[in-house]
Design a binder for this molecule. Structure first.
Ligand SMILES: Cc1ncc(COP(=O)(O)O)c(C=O)c1O
Ligand SMILES: N[C@@H](CCCC[NH3+])C(=O)O
Length: 454
């Protein structure tokens, strides 16, 4: 039995017959009993990653004399079971919709350990957040300050809030997933082009004027799939600057800063993920440097929070497909590429089509001594952009019936899945200690037809 290297999950092993098991569960058996495609989540791997963030940030913060809360960003993938794993490892849960919030509550996450994001929160979202007493709502615009304050007044509660700011730091893997540059929909800008108050400062002052709101902190999320931690430091300093401006103007020292998620992972063999220890040190030293430069002297550093999603659940997940049609195709440069079709595609993983994202795949039902050939793994949808893996070397004898696993699909796979072509969404199975536990049921055509009102 051989452990499989990055980007495969921690417990992935190739056995002596060449097939692969994860969490002690043979993928061939999993496919035979439940069918494919299926998302497989290595519980131990996900929990280890959650602990790594908790421990790295707790250590860096303790050294600097402050504390940290780690919120797992449920948008990466949330189910009741995953919410429970995360809280068992000491993480809180960050949600971004009624569905995510309801799932976290269904998992019995303590409401005070839940956060709610959204640039356009609905009335039912705000209402559920306030009624259940969640720990924080992250406000994203000036109108939302009024809406949440009014809703809190109507319910007779005080709403704990943060204000999300955009620092101008442009970081991350793709324009669509960078979130702190100026020309996009999230947050309130720190920039004050006309020399007046920045939109972020205006919103903070508006929060402080409403007694129904309790200002917990300032929030910055600069993007996703970030591999260089420097951007976190720049953002931390910028938010510390706003905190100082608020203190000068009002005397209020905002107690907490959330520096968001976005920690990058290795999708391909040989890639180096962002190390949680490095990210923690970068963020915390930037906070301490900024405090010193701002002349805050002995004042305590703000409490820190972060919101990792992808880096906790992404590498813990693989998608298991069955190979169907295999077709050699002549390319424009005169060479041959083998198109390997699988029984899923862009409906279970939109990231290659949406972001040009790269993935790694291997045959996991057997080993082969056949020389490798250049392959493109494609789905079953009516779209030529329905690509699962752009370029991968697979054994030349790859054939219908082989099982193929794609690595690092635990984040933004199932959570961004669609039913394009009325293809039902795959289920999610957690594997650990030799046991496979379905945690999200596979959708069926009957489920889809149940929505069709005729
Ligand atoms: C506000 C916020 N927090 C956390 C995350 C999680 O990001 P990631 O999954 O890259 O860690 C996102 C998504 O990018 C986000 O928008
Ligand atoms: N969905 C994106 C990242 C999330 C962006 C959320 N702010 C991805 O798959 O990479």
């Amino acid at each position: 039995m051989t452990a499989m290297p990055t980007p495969w999950p921690a417990t992935a092993r190739r056995t002596s017959d060449g097939s692969v098991e994860i969490g002690g569960v043979a993928l061939t058996e999993l496919a035979a009993s439940g069918g494919t495609p299926v998302y497989v989540l290595d519980e131990l791997d996900a929990r280890e990653r959650a602990r790594a963030y908790r421990d790295a940030f707790a250590a860096a913060c303790a050294e600097a004399g402050t504390e940290v809360d780690v919120y797992y960003a449920g948008k990466a993938f949330l189910s009741v079971a995953v919410a429970r794993w995360m809280t068992a490892e000491g993480l809180r849960i960050d949600t971004a919709s009624l569905g995510e919030l309801t799932t976290a509550l269904r998992a019995d996450v303590a409401p005070r350990d839940i956060g709610l994001h959204g640039n356009n929160k609905s009335e039912p979202e705000i209402d559920l957040a306030l009624r259940s007493g969640i720990g924080r709502l992250v406000l994203d615009s000036l109108p939302e300050v009024t809406r949440v304050a009014d809703a809190a007044r109507a319910l007779g509660v005080r709403a704990p809030v943060m204000v999300r700011v955009t620092t101008g730091v442009h970081a991350g893997g793709h324009e669509y997933i960078s979130t702190a540059h100026e020309d996009q929909k999230f947050g309130l800008s720190l920039a004050a082009p006309d020399g007046g108050d920045s939109p972020a400062l205006v919103a903070v002052l508006a929060v402080l004027e409403r007694p129904e709101l309790e200002l917990l902190g300032l929030h910055s999320h600069i993007g996703s799939q970030i591999l260089d931690p420097a951007g976190f430091g720049v953002a931390a300093r910028a938010v510390m600057g706003l905190r100082a401006a608020v203190a000068r103007r009002t005397g209020v020292l905002v107690p907490e800063l959330d520096l968001g998620g976005g920690f990058g992972v290795a999708y391909l063999p040989g890639e180096v993920p962002l190390d949680p220890d490095r990210a923690a040190k970068e963020m915390v030293s930037a906070l301490a440097d900024a405090a010193r430069e701002l002349g805050e002297g002995d004042a305590p550093l703000p409490r820190l929070s972060i919101e990792p999603g992808r880096s906790v659940i992404g590498p813990a997940g693989v998608t298991l497909y069955t190979v169907g049609t295999v077709k050699p195709v002549r390319t424009e440069d005169g060479s041959t590429r083998t198109y390997v079709s699988v029984d899923g595609g862009m409906s279970d993983n939109i990231r290659p089509a949406l972001y040009g994202a790269s993935y790694h795949a291997e045959i996991v039902s057997r080993s082969s001594t056949a020389p490798a050939v250049r392959c493109r793994v494609v789905g079953k949808h009516c779209e030529s952009g329905d690509i699962v893996v752009h370029d991968v070397a697979l054994p030349g004898d790859v054939a219908a019936g082989d099982l193929l696993a794609v690595a690092v699909t635990g984040a933004y796979g199932r959570s961004m899945a669609s039913t394009y072509n009325l293809v039902p969404r795959p289920g999610v199975v957690a594997v650990a200690g030799g046991v496979a536990t379905p945690i999200v049921r596979r959708e069926s055509v009957a489920d889809l037809l149940a929505l069709d009102l005729g």
